[in-house]
Design a protein around this ligand. Structure first.
Ligand SMILES: Cc1cc2nc3c(=O)[nH]c(=O)nc-3n(C[C@H](O)[C@H](O)[C@H](O)COP(=O)(O)O)c2cc1C
Length: 353
């Protein structure tokens, strides 16, 4: 039988089919480079950062590893700027400022006209100019022109799907590898739509995507040990992408109070939340979520994200875990405080054959 994991590692020029998931706000150049230096694939989360910010993070990572790593970006569609959107923005801003004030956080949130948005094509320029050869992306698909451009530069493309329909779209447009993201996964849903997202469990999703497409698959969502990787392999995954397992790693960007909060998380606190960014993400419910989630005052991405950013920054300075987003997946376990290298070393020793 063909060894699908060997095909994948060959394609990505890595030794082991383990992928440290991109985690914006948590993963760092140090984490990415350390992961790649073990022979696994590190992922550098660039979300919707500007060209210069992307270039700086890629340069930093390059200084720490000569091995391949993946850059990861967000492909959201921008909502049309209308008088109605501006009006909703003003009302949401006032709501959030009041909510913050009532909870001891004094902050004025940005005016609509000061919000800077990134065009992902600028990010692609930084990725290509700085020689990154693997690009993973989430929240949709690349446009055909960008796919042609990246392929002409020999960049391997990894798209994220949360449904069979999305997987078929990625395959039809020539994406090289598909990352199948089960509903268990921590962080943002990679769905192509913002509302009415597919909520398919990893077992169903991986099996049905495997039946529907021929493209090599990576699985993400709920993996944390040998048994979970074996299950994913049995359902057709060639590679294993893990995020939450690294949340408390030494190279994580999270502060100690955030790690302590994660270590205390319980199963019924982990839920899908849209009120921090405007897109659903899995994380810990806290006081902010209780107040904001069902308020009807959530703007589309990226406006909600930009609006709540200042609030979260102040809450973080105050070490207030009740008003910051802490993303985590459904497989709760005692997050290791070890180095990324040691966590990956343990996963490698448990890989399915
Ligand atoms: C804190 C955090 C941040 C994340 N940020 C990103 C991101 O920037 N880009 C992305 O494609 N996926 C992101 N994800 C999703 C991961 O790529 C992956 O799908 C998920 O972590 C897998 O599930 P697990 O957390 O159960 O291992 C994030 C996940 C977490 C936990």
């Amino acid at each position: 039988m063909r060894n699908i994991s060997a095909d994948l590692t060959h394609r990505l020029s890595i030794e082991y089919p383990v992928i440290q998931a991109p985690m914006f706000g948590v993963s760092t150049p140090e984490m990415t480079a350390t992961a790649s230096n073990t022979g696994a694939l590190g992922s550098l989360a660039l979300a919707d950062l500007t060209y210069n910010q992307c270039a700086e993070l890629i340069r930093k990572t390059r200084q720490l590893t000569s091995r391949p790593f993946a850059a990861n970006i967000f492909l959201h569609t921008l909502p049309a700027i209308t008088a109605e959107l501006k009006d909703r923005y003003q009302r949401t801003k006032a709501f959030l400022e009041q909510l913050a004030k009532e909870n001891g956080i004094n902050v004025s949130l940005p005016e609509f006209d000061t919000i800077q948005l990134t065009d992902y094509k600028d990010q692609l320029d930084a990725i290509v100019e700085y020689g990154v050869k693997i690009l993973s992306f989430t929240f949709g698909n690349l446009d055909p022109e960008s796919i042609r451009f990246l392929k002409s530069k020999q960049v391997v493309l990894i798209g994220t799907c949360t449904s069979v329909t999305e997987a078929l779209q990625l395959e039809a447009s020539g994406i090289d590898i598909i990352c199948v993201q089960g509903i268990e996964a921590g962080g943002h849903r990679g769905s192509f739509t913002e509302r009415n997202i597919p909520e398919i469990g990893g077992l169903s999703l991986l099996a049905t995507v495997r039946d529907a497409v021929k493209t090599p698959l990576i699985y993400a969502g709920g993996l944390y040990n040998g048994a979970t990787m074996h299950a994913a392999k049995a359902l057709g995954a060639a590679g294993f992408q893990l995020g939450s397992i690294f949340l408390c790693a030494q190279e994580s960007a999270l502060e100690e109070f955030e790690k302590q909060r994660l270590l205390k998380a319980t199963e019924n606190e982990i839920m899908l939340i849209s009120s921090y960014t405007g897109r659903y993400a899995r994380g810990i419910a806290n006081h902010y979520v209780q107040l904001a989630e069902n308020s009807g005052m959530t703007l589309p991405y990226p406006y909600q994200n930009k609006l709540t950013r200042a609030l979260r920054d102040v809450a973080k300075q105050q070490k207030n875990a009740e008003f910051i987003n802490l993303w985590a997946g459904q497989s709760l376990h005692t997050y290791s405080r070890d180095s990324t290298a040691s966590i990956i070393g343990s996963l490698i020793s448990q890989l399915p054959h």
